[in-house]
Design a protein around this ligand. Structure first.
Ligand code: DQA
Length: 144
């Protein structure tokens, strides 16, 4: 299984954006750490601030041998279209959030994508992505 990490809107600003909530590490250096940790794996990365681009990417990989770790950012709380894309594809998708969305504003408590993802990981900082990768590896093991 190839692993694809997708980051949605504003997550290109990690390290700079609201460091009190999202931390001060940029995603590039975190991704490097993640790739080193799982050096026997291909970990691909895609970031977009555009809903349609995220949907196109899900369609592109969703029928291949892929597992997806998805932080849809604010689209989590608004996008029926991304939820439909996840439902449409075969690849397992793990929803991740850096912050604990349930401890934040009420509009962040609802996720359109949770019901169509395998599961949700939130509140562990950037480590949420590693936990997402671990979840995919467990799924892969079970399906062997
Ligand atoms: C986020 C939480 C969302 O509510 C927010 O819009 C984000 C980041 C997180 O990773 O904690 O952009 O997905």
């Amino acid at each position: 299984m190839n692993i694809l990490v997708i980051n949605g809107p504003n997550l290109n600003l990690l390290g700079v954006r609201e460091p009190g909530i999202y931390g001060s590490q940029g995603f590039d250096s975190y991704l490097q750490e993640l790739r080193e940790k799982y050096s026997d794996r291909q970990i691909e990365y895609f970031q977009s601030n555009h809903e349609g681009a995220i949907i196109d990417k899900l369609h592109e990989v969703g029928f291949g041998d892929y597992g997806v770790v998805l932080n849809a950012g604010a689209y989590t709380h608004t996008s029926v279209a991304i939820a439909d894309a996840i439902s449409a594809i075969k690849a397992p998708v793990i929803e991740v959030h850096i912050s604990n969305v349930m401890r934040r504003e009420e509009f962040r408590h609802h996720s359109y994508i949770s019901p169509v993802c395998v599961g949700t990981i939130a509140g562990f900082g950037l480590d949420s992505y590693r936990l997402g990768v671990e979840a995919l590896l467990r799924i892969e093991k079970k399906s062997l």
